[in-house]
Design a binder for this molecule. Structure first.
Ligand code: UDP
Ligand code: MG
Length: 349
């Protein structure tokens, strides 16, 4: 596992490793566990340097935390790895924080991981191995099983993926999380996507290249609690769906077609009853039910179309996704005993 590994790397692997790795960590009120996470990242970076001669930088993106995460972030020691501390002007949400991290990452490959300790730095070595040794471009992680989640949530998640993947050539893997590694060319591809309304999981899968899944068991949150409540998650799902896929619109057309067919059959049956059996059909209840169904479905579908119009509006306004309040770069200090590599990198700004 030590220095010998470096000399065993093939030419391709060594060339991949030479481009280095940026670890992007979004931070929102993570003061309680940040230092601990950083220590684990220092260990990780030392180990990656020994194994692959890989230079690592970590990009912490403070997403408008209201605790003292930012102060802690500023004081973290750059032992053996470069640190970038990016602070957004307010809370823009995780997707925006990830994008800010991607925009600032200066190394070739990019790894995204949460700042709450649920994404174990120890697993990163395996992800890196899939990239450097096996040549994969997108190494994504997925929860090994969802057995401990409530049934209703599992059904909702399956429904969500069924809808978003409906008719898609490149399916978004179910259960895949935001903990993933992108090779340099996959990172470049992700940077080229111009949209502002981002659904990171979807886009990272949509770009293609060689992808591989790694199952893992997320650790319990080191402290605090999740910032994604149920209503928040429902909102995010609608965001994700409408910014990534046109499946809901297709659903609207299909539903319209179904309703029209049902109405036609109903009409035929009325015709049959009056002309052939000579009965007078009681009209009032069926009329009300019909009106309510059509009214309800129409309103729902106007809402769906409205979501898309909202997306078009926000893309058209072309507002920046985030603003930077503060940005600092600390070059790696002590170099652990290892072959010499460029640990400072080139300034991106
Ligand atoms: N996060 C963020 N901005 C937000 C909410 C969350 O940057 O508005 C970060 C948070 O600090 C953490 C990651 O996103 O690093 C995942 O958040 P959380 O643990 O609350 O979500 P869960 O793990 O429950 O999906
Ligand atoms: Mg979490």
């Amino acid at each position: 596992m030590l220095g010998a590994d470096v000399s065993n790397l093939s030419g391709d692997a060594a060339a991949a490793a030479a481009q280095g790795l940026s670890i992007v960590v979004p931070i929102y009120n993570e003061s309680a566990g940040l230092e601990r996470l950083h220590l684990r990242l220092i260990e990780l970076s030392a180990s990656l340097r020994r194994r692959y001669n890989l230079a690592v930088e970590v990009v912490y993106v403070d997403d408008g935390s209201v605790d003292n995460s930012l102060a802690i972030m500023r004081g973290l020691p750059p032992e053996g790895l470069d640190i970038q501390a990016v602070s957004l002007s307010r809370n823009f949400g995780k997707e925006a924080a990830l994008m800010a991290g991607l925009d600032h990452a200066r190394r070739g490959a990019t790894l995204f991981m949460d700042g709450d300790g649920q994404h174990a730095p120890e697993l990163v070595e395996k992800l890196v191995q899939h990239w450097i040794v096996d040549g994969y471009d997108v190494v994504y992680t997925a929860k090994a099983h969802r057995a401990n989640e409530p049934f209703a949530r599992r059904v909702a998640v399956q429904g969500f993926y069924a809808l978003i993947n409906w008719g898609a050539r490149q399916k978004i893997p179910e259960d895949a999380g935001d903990f993933r590694l992108l090779s340099p060319r996959a990172t470049q591809a992700l940077r080229q996507l111009p949209e502002r309304n981002r659904f990171f999981k979807g886009l990272a899968s949509w770009i293609g290249f060689r992808q591989i899944r790694v199952d893992y068991e997320p650790e319990p949150r080191a402290h605090g609690r999740t910032s994604f409540s149920l209503p928040h998650l429902i909102g995010l799902s609608i965001e994700g769906l409408t910014s990534f896929s046109v499946a809901p619109l297709r659903m609207a057309s299909l539903l319209g077609l179904l309703l029209a067919c049902a109405a036609f059959l109903f009409g035929l049956s009325i015709l049959w009853e009056t002309v052939i059996s000579g009965k007078s059909v009681p009209g009032y209840p069926s009329l009300v039910v019909g009106l309510m169904t059509i009214g309800g479905v129409q309103l729902l579908m106007i809402g769906v179309v409205g979501e898309y119009i909202g997306k078009i509006l926000s893309e058209l306004k072309a507002r920046p996704v985030y603003f930077i309040a503060e940005h600092s770069v600390k070059p790696a200090t002590s170099e652990p005993a290892a072959p010499k590599v460029d640990s400072v990198g080139t300034a991106a700004e």
